[in-house]
Design a protein around this ligand. Structure first.
Ligand code: FAD
Length: 634
């Protein structure tokens, strides 16, 4: 095996990840840190095009507009958008379970991140009187192909290129060996060079996004790898924080996006900006016809806007009855706009295509390949496989401290220091997809939350000036652990004539197929129409245990495959956490995201509360526990 140089990085604040939350954290941390506190950022990819916004976006989905810079949404007057209303909206969309203090905190800060984006050069659509064009009540339109490049450039300028380490995959966080429950460092490896990275840090912000390819995707064969969520976020945030003992919350509240079929193109602009509607194969508008089916989910099912999961539910009920395919009526929406304003024809066509070209180029390619002219024909949409994430319309993530002026008394004992967005592990912070029970942050809210976490992390470092990190485990042991899959491959590769089939190891590709199959069949994937039950989950957990044993035999031929191996390990732990949460919550709270066949109804009286999980870092045992729901606003 090759020699691997050890690169030791001593820093004060380590930001792990290079996405929206990380870039926000970088800018804010540097502001408060000045030149005395060292801030380092490490990303598995290249900052300019990494994370969920890598390809760009066509809309900023969270903008409150308290400064009056945005046009009012249709049917509303200027100034009607407030953090209180935003909390109400998010709570409604998440079927009554959100950390209202965290959501409020994002809402009151998010506009400033958007104003920074504009200052840094992001083109935001404007009305004739110079206001931001609203896509929907909380969203604004952008020319966002270069969104991530612009946000990354600001982060780079703030930290300095010498403090940004790219193409290093972080494998695990390290607790301190002297101070209990205290973060002290992390280890990772370069995916391009023979370099092992050993980080010592006084505080860490772990922001590696959510998790994709936990479940078997709809894309198979030549399309495998195409997913709605970026395939490069593999649950590192959740698994690494779990392994050091940080509790997770709402890990059962996964997200199933309904998107254009096969290309996973966004539907937001079509529903909100172009006012399109969707119908089943028999031209029935399922959101209308299925209204009575949503009544049993009152108050959420009877209030507008209809929650995302219930819109899925209405569509799925039709699909389960065989009334598919489901279509977005692009042709009807465009013809209506054109009949009102024929001069807009060219402009409208450009907007429709740009929506895809800004953020999901493959959907534009697919439309072109299938001769789709959206003004003439309807287009198929489909609920996708489930994803785990905390910043979009799912709410997975860590149990975190809220701001001291808003966090309910009932949670304060979990966070004695009161540092905003710190987990229960001392010095370990998160944001974006990493913070649980606080959905609908999207790109702008994740950036704003990264800034909030960074400000608190710098305060934490200043308040604990004397702390000298001494991470658990020797460098040699950690290095051996990280590179073990390379060794396993090298030692056993000649055992069989086909290196993909070997009794002594499993390659990452085979491993992810096995994980996907288990999750699909036992945890309510697409193959089982999103349905699971206690017996299925218990059987699935047994199967995951066997897979866990085999994880020890993951093998990698190259550094790139080594990354695939560790991604799968992160997926595995995230998947187990998800299953344990599905098992614990004895109701169907989010129909359209998943169904418990043994508890098919929502149980508002007994289950309007938070479910938490914790992995003991010393024993490896799981503990499930609860926290009460505490409302902040009416
Ligand atoms: P990300 O931005 O995804 O960043 C994660 C970072 O972690 C990446 O840099 C990645 O390289 C790094 N990383 C991962 N694992 C490791 C590891 N082990 N070691 C080191 N680094 C690692 N928001 C909007 O406002 N408008 C939209 O239209 C919109 N559309 C979306 C469409 C899609 C398909 C998706 C997935 C999201 C969309 N969002 C949108 C939401 C927005 O993209 C996310 O909310 C936001 O990017 C989350 O920020 P984050 O920093 O938590 O994660």
């Amino acid at each position: 095996m090759a020699d691997f140089e050890v690169v030791e990085v001593n820093t004060d604040l380590l930001i792990i990840g290079g996405g929206m939350a990380a870039c926000g954290a970088a800018v804010e941390a540097k502001y408060w840190a000045g030149d005395d506190i060292k801030v380092t950022l490490v990303d598995k990819a290249a900052l300019e095009r990494s994370g969920a916004v890598a390809q760009g976006l066509s809309a900023i989905n969270t903008y409150i507009g308290m400064s009056g810079r945005a046009a009012p949404a249709v049917g509303e007057e200027s100034g009607q958008h407030t953090p209180e209303k935003f909390v109400h909206y998010v709570r409604q969309d998440l079927m009554g379970i959100v950390r209202e203090d965290l959501v409020y905190d994002v809402a009151r800060h998010v506009d400033s991140s958007v104003h920074l984006f504009e200052k840094w050069g992001l083109p935001i659509w404007k009305t004739e009187d110079g206001k931001y064009v609203r896509e929907g009540t909380w969203q604004i339109m952008i020319n966002g192909e270069s969104y991530k490049c612009i946000v990354a450039e600001a982060a780079k300028n703030a930290l300095g290129e010498e403090n940004i380490i790219e193409r290093v995959f972080v494998v695990k966080l390290l607790l301190d060996e002297k101070v209990p429950n205290r973060i002290a460092g992390a280890v990772g490896f370069s995916v391009r060079e023979n370099k092992f990275y050993y980080f010592k840090a006084k505080a860490i912000i772990c922001v590696c996004g959510g998790a994709v390819h936990i479940f078997r995707p709809r894309s198979t064969g030549e399309g495998y790898g195409r997913a709605w969520y970026p395939p490069w976020n593999a649950g590192s945030t959740y698994s690494m924080m779990l392994e050091v003992g940080a509790p997770m919350v709402n890990m059962e509240c996964r997200f199933v996006p309904a998107r254009y079929k096969d290309g996973y193109g966004p539907v937001g602009a079509w529903f909100l900006l172009f006012k399109a509607y969707a119908t089943n194969a028999f031209d029935e508008n399922y959101v209308q016809t299925r209204k009575p089916d949503l009544e049993k989910y009152a108050p959420y099912g009877t209030t507008k806007p209809v929650p995302t999961c219930l819109r899925n539910h209405a569509m799925m009920l039709d699909m389960f009855e065989g009334k598919f395919p489901i279509f977005m009526r692009t042709e009807a929406a465009m013809q209506k706009i054109l009949s009102e304003n024929p001069k807009r024809a060219k402009h409208l066509e450009a907007e429709a295509w740009e929506d895809f070209l800004d953020m999901t180029v493959s959907q534009a390619v697919l439309w072109a390949a299938e001769n789709v002219e959206p003004e003439k024909v309807k287009s198929e949409i489909m609920p996708s496989e489930p994803y785990l994430m905390g910043s979009h319309s799912g709410a997975n993530g860590a149990w975190c401290c809220g701001p001291d002026d808003l966090m309910p008394e009932e949670y304060k004992a979990d966070f004695p220091g009161g540092y905003n967005r710190m987990t229960t592990v001392e010095g370990l912070f998160t944001a974006g997809d990493g913070v649980g029970a606080s959905a609908h942050k999207f790109s702008s809210g994740s950036h704003a939350e990264g800034r909030l976490a960074a400000k608190a992390a710098i305060k934490y470092i200043l308040d604990h000036k004397d702390f000298e990190p001494s991470p658990r485990g020797s460098v040699e042991e950690l290095k051996a652990q990280v590179y073990k899959p390379l060794k396993t491959f090298e030692e056993n590769k000649n055992y069989t004539s086909d290196p993909n089939v070997n009794p002594n190891y499993i390659r990452p590709k085979g491993f992810v197929f096995r994980l996907n199959k288990i999750m699909d069949e036992y945890a309510g994937g697409i193959g089982w129409q999103y349905t699971t039950s206690e017996p299925a989950l218990l059987r699935g957990l047994e199967k995951l245990q066997v897979l866990k044993e085999d994880a020890d035999k993951l093998a990698a031929e190259t550094l790139h495959e080594l990354m695939r191996a560790w991604e799968n390990y992160h997926r595995l732990l995230t998947a187990e956490c998800h299953m344990r949460h599905l098992l614990y919550r004895k109701e169907t709270r989010w129909p359209g995201y998943y169904y418990r066949s043994d508890y098919p109804d929502m149980d508002e009286q007994n289950w309007r509360k938070f479910v938490l999980s914790k992995l003991n870092p010393d024993t490896g045992e799981w503990e499930m526990f609860e926290r009460p729901y505490v409302p902040l606003i009416d």
